[in-house]
Ligand binder design. Structure first.
Ligand code: COA
Length: 259
């Protein structure tokens, strides 16, 4: 896959997307959002891809936000459309993928950058990472799901403080808040993400996709996650992966999931 602002590689079923606009601290312009949609869509539809890592190029930033130069002159309608389209194409899209997505936050994750990391299924960070939603310092609010996902992840009070102060927190604080699962050095960030991904990839990708859906449904208005869990649980019994997983256990061997 060739992109202007992304590097995408796949090795042994693990795909890595690197957002590659280091001179602009990997800020998300329209083109990058479209490219990310296309890359995620393609990888999610590729059965041989079992997990995806997303990170930023360079040593300074994961993503320093939406590209401010692109929307500074927008009208009310254009602003609304920007948020709606971005949420649909990238942020909600990533959250609802059936392939697990790990954000490897390697530096600044601000505004749309933190919102992108929060759309991923979970996050790890390097110890130089800084995270925040600085939008109110620009006279706007987070528009790519930040006001919703941040309180889900760290609680309402902490989210309110972070949003209202437009401040940044360190990787260690983010870990204490439950925003990232692990903190490591910059050099160890991708190796750690790879190690976690390899553990995930040993399991049934079909079951993992179903589990992602059930967990996500806990946070959807008007959807009963327990009911989703029951129907997804039942559906697993009709899969080849379930047959292989249970047979392998009973035969005391490692499962080789067809996926
Ligand atoms: N949108 C567009 N361009 C951005 C950007 C963004 N969100 N964040 C950084 N850049 C650009 C800068 O304009 C600069 O470009 P230039 O060299 O052509 O002038 C380049 O990236 C490097 O950024 P710079 O500000 O010089 O780096 P720094 O180390 O001094 O500061 C930050 C780093 C992250 C603190 C600072 O870039 C920043 O505050 N960025 C905006 C963060 C933000 O508000 N994001 C939310 C957007 S909704």
């Amino acid at each position: 896959m060739i992109f202007e602002n992304l590097l995408v590689s796949t090795e042994n079923g693990l795909a890595t997307i690197t957002i590659n606009r280091p001179k602009k601290l990997n800020a998300l312009n329209k083109n990058t959002i479209e490219e990310l949609h296309n890359a995620f869509n393609k990888l999610n539809n590729d059965n041989s891809v079992k997990a995806i890592i997303i990170t930023g190029s360079g040593e300074k930033a994961f993503v320093a936000g939406a590209d401010i130069s692109e929307f500074a002159h927008f009208s009310v309608e254009e602003g609304g459309r920007l948020a709606a389209k971005g949420q649909e194409m990238l942020f909600d899209f990533v959250e609802n993928l059936t392939t697990p997505v790990i954000a490897a936050v390697n530096g600044f994750a601000l505004g749309g950058g933190l919102e992108l990391a929060m759309s991923c299924h979970f996050r790890i960070a390097s110890n130089n990472a800084k995270m925040g939603l600085p939008e109110v310092s620009l006279g706007v609010i987070p528009g790519y799901g930040g006001t919703q996902r941040l309180p889900q992840l760290i609680g309402k009070g902490r989210a309110m403080e972070l949003v209202m102060t437009a401040g940044m927190i360190s990787a260690e604080d983010a870990k204490n808040y439950g925003l990232v699962n692990h903190v490591t050095t910059q050099e160890e960030l991708i190796p750690l993400a790879t190690k976690i991904a390899s553990k995930i990839m040993r399991n049934s990708s079909v079951a993992i996709g179903a589990a992602i859906k059930a967990v996500n449904d806990n946070f959807k208005d008007g959807v009963n996650g327990f009911e989703t869990e029951i129907s997804e649980f039942g559906a697993c019994f009709g899969t080849e992966d379930f047959k292989e997983g249970t047979t392998a256990f009973l035969e005391k061997r490692k499962a080789d999931f067809p996926g």
